[in-house]
Design a protein. Sequence first.
Lengths: 329, 330
Amino acid sequence: MSSPPKLLIPLHVSYIQKLGESKDDLSYHLTAHLRLNAVYWGLTALCIMGHKDALDREEMIDFVMSCWDEEAGGFGAHPKHDAHLLSTLSAIQILVIQDALDKLEISRVVKFILSLQQPSGVFAGDSFGEIDTRFSYCAVSALSLLGHLHGLDVEKTVSYIEKCRNFDGGFGNTIGAESHSGQVFVCVAALAILDRLDVIDDQMLGWWLAERQLPNGGLNGRPEKLEDVCYSFWVLSALSILKKVSWIDADKLSSFILSAQDLEGGGIADRPGDMVDVFHTLFGVAGLSILGYPGLVDLDPVYCMPAPVIEAKGLRKGWQSLERRVSQD
Amino acid sequence: MHGVKRVRHTREALEAKKLREQAKLTDYLALTDDLLHRKQENDYSLDAFKLTTRLLQVNPEFYTIWNYRRQILIKGIFPEKQPREIYEYINEELGNTMAALKSHPKVYWIWNHRRWCLENIPNNPDADGLEAVNKWKSATWDREMMVVEKLLNADARNFHAWSYRRYILANTTNPRPEVTEIAYTTSKIEANFSNFSAWHHRSKVYSSLWTSGKLDEAKCKEDEFDLVQNAMYTDPNDQSVWIYHRWLVGTDSSAELLNREVRAIEELLDQESNNKWCIESLVHYKRMLLSKVDGDERERLSAECKQLLERLQTLDPCRRERYASMIKQL
Ligand SMILES: [Zn+2]
């Protein structure tokens, strides 16, 4: 087997910079419902690669504020789209990274977020009421970033998450649902923010997470499924919160992520040879950061944001990534 | 984006593609602008409704348009309609979302819309008696089980479909006996032992049936151990079965049961020398036994665990550090 390519930082930076330039492309417009999330993915990937300034700060803040949904008091994914917790968290994450929270009417957003908690303790994504532990995470993370966790009914929030825990140690999206790495990340990270990791059976969950690694080095999201670069982040972030990143083979996973790069156009795909996108580019880079890849900035696995930003806000929890290696060249 | 192969296009091919898509793009952008504008103007007309159909056919992930579509139904269309007509609208929505799910079975927004439809079926005002009044509801909810089965036939691991199945079972007006779910998971598991979603569902259904006293736990478990053993012999490398076995043994089993399962796995290991899952499970159950014994017996078990863990470190190097930490804990 030939050794994997290095992380092509300049190429990925230019890939992310060019994402906004394809406005005459149909596929660009077909993903407008994810635009604000995509800006957050791109910005965070750039920060981790040490190129925060590759996108214009003012332009980005203006775009975020143009997605404000005045009626609901939250953010939609695009101007004139309805407010939703997913895009509201992305907006807050971007404003925090850009140190621009002063643009925000914080008390209104807090009210919007808290209004979505259901009697069972779980959160709905918007006023139409779809419930999912993903939305509990969005609410907990956003309130924490805004310094408003004190308004949250922590007991109720934790109690719903606890009911989503399965015998394998993992978590599902609702009560009774199968464990899934993405849901494991949101539940474990929400519990970490709320200082309630006692709810987790860390030996059982650590086992389940470690068994996500396949012989080719990649990680899958559930037993007997295929590997995918985005699970690098979801599985690794949970392992890092449990301080068990060493329970998988870091070298093999790094090679798998690196082999999913597009060596000509930049960006990272779900699997080697597939089309790249900004979502997998972030989660690939994020995974490499947790694995101690040389030259990257630390990623905070709880908030999926640059660690220095979270440390500056005094929000860092007790996670542990692999020590950053020194480049050999 | 998932599972889309990367193809390298020449500059000419890309230009040609853009040119071909130009008309589609112009149409899509005009339709989007028109609808978002109408939405802002609180236009709840039938015209607007039809336009949302067109847009959602092109982009079923446009959640704002799904929201708008429901608002049009609630605020513009339903208030002027008889219950029977509302019921017809809802049936049409169900038909549309089914078509959308066939090509986009993992889009959350479509599943949401379908749930909303089910929850908004009107009562039949011309009927007498509760059963007749609820007839539209029960007929539709009953049909949903067939719908979800079709989607699980297409992809037996689709977790949206499994969640939807649990949702239907929990909310339908004519609940089926829960025990029929056991038969359903049996058929799914027999078709493919690797289907952990089915094993998972089965564990939930059994737990519920045991708690409610509808089935006898001890008796069921004996049958389950047979099924699992059969699966282990069929494919000892399939982790679904081993995870389910761990659930079946549970956390507070007797030494007798643990010893019996240990012996069964050791027999399998004799045939499948160096099978990682056999060895890993042996360690797990022997560690559980450790807390139940003391003295020489404890020493012996602990030494066995250590030896098995050392074997695992060579056999399964990816997880070497986990095994090392377990050795330390002994
Ligand atoms: Zn993925």
